[in-house]
Design a protein around this ligand. Sequence first.
Ligand SMILES: [Zn+2]
Length: 210
Amino acid sequence: MAETVKSFVLQTLSSPHVDWLNFRFDNTLVYPSGYRNDVARAFESERIRITINYADVSHDPPAGAPGAAYAMDTARGQTHYLFFPPALAHRCGRDLCINVLTSFEEANLRRTIIHECTHALQDYQRVRLTPQTAEASAYLAGAITGRRWGDHHIVANERAGAHAYAFSLADRLLQQGLPHRPWAIPAEDIAWLKAHVLVGRLERYVFNGI
Ligand SMILES: [Zn+2]
């Protein structure tokens, strides 16, 4: 039987790999119980709902096939939507189910889910973040997740772009072993990543609670 998207997301949030998501990045904190408890509960109680209808997360039409997105600028207490790429899901009765994925597609999808759930965690923390800090920390959390779920691609040039840099930084952190307190990310890594991440429109980065 196909797995629902919701159970796939919850499994991603409760996986032992989440133990590796533990770092301070500017004024945001990424920590395992944030995913496992704070964000997972928001999905369980449907304060965050998964959608494949892009109009639920944006008033603008998508440019090409949209990637995943989490609507941070939703008022606290209203349903927050996590847009899930329609190409990776299908309807199964009243639910959405995950398509059959290759192991590389699966690692990519876990990375994407953790990226978006990092924005949900930022929203839960109700912290003022620049778009660059919000995105760079989400890229890093995603890259650590991709590695842990088996994306072992080799980074040929870490300065090729933000994704390459995030994977390379993730590799350096993972080599240090499981963090028992938040990793302090070197200032030059934070600065490089922030200068190269893609950011959306400023007014969408409103972390006002889930
Ligand atoms: Zn993002």
